[in-house]
Ligand binder design. Sequence first.
Ligand code: MG
Ligand code: MG
Length: 280
Amino acid sequence: MTRVGLRRPGIYKSRDEMRSMIRPGLLTAESLDAVAAAIRPGVSTLELDAIAEKVIRDGGGVPNFMLVPGYSHTVCASVNDEVVHGIPGERVLRAGDIVSIDSGAEVDGWNGDSARTFVLDAADATEVDFERRRLNRVTEEALWHGIAALATARRLDEVGGAIEDHVESQGVFGIIEDYTGHGIGRSMHEDPPVFNYRVSGRSPVVKPGLVVAIEPMITLGTIDTVTQADDWTVSTTDGSDAAHWEHSVAVHDGGIWVLTAADGGASGLAPLGIRPVPIA
Ligand code: MG
Ligand code: MG
């Protein structure tokens, strides 16, 4: 029996619902493009937050992180040993810092969620900078391997398997397990969880209507995290550096489309032989 108006929300969305997620996805991407253009040694994370907020509001959206109870900023800015959920503030970025910026826009009740990590140029590259760049490259690659896996996966857990396999093929890194990717739609965080490593047990079927935020968080050391006294900032327990990349991705009749990339993920997926298809 179906009771109109009481339909239990499932994890699969209609094509029209997925189309509603195109605009917030692109606006999220634009906010990160603006951050990418502005981030450099000498800028504070609060300045980057203001830049992202202006782009989202000018584009007719609302910064969806502000809709999370207790959080009052547009982005999370996580520096060096901070993994995720760093609060923007007066901290001035320095040459060689590795900085994850996580942003999200809500438009007409639909959400986008994406993160990129930047290693700030240093005049004299040190061994630390080199390791941070390697970490950042592997984490971004891991994201694209996870997205590519989604294109052909029968079950969602294949995404985590692909991320784990790529990271392990590149050396010794820590894959954070305390935090995962997630479904996304009318809420920024929905079921199902998207693990960044191989899991056992039942995993959702990958079929048209699945929209997920895939977000590997990788470190140069431990997988253990601690939440700082500000109740938000998540850091590695051993002080090792971390990187974080994220995209919101839709599975539809024609294939997959990366909602938070202006090109739908074409450039990131090309090396992996996957061509994204716009949602018709
Ligand atoms: Mg995010
Ligand atoms: Mg997310």
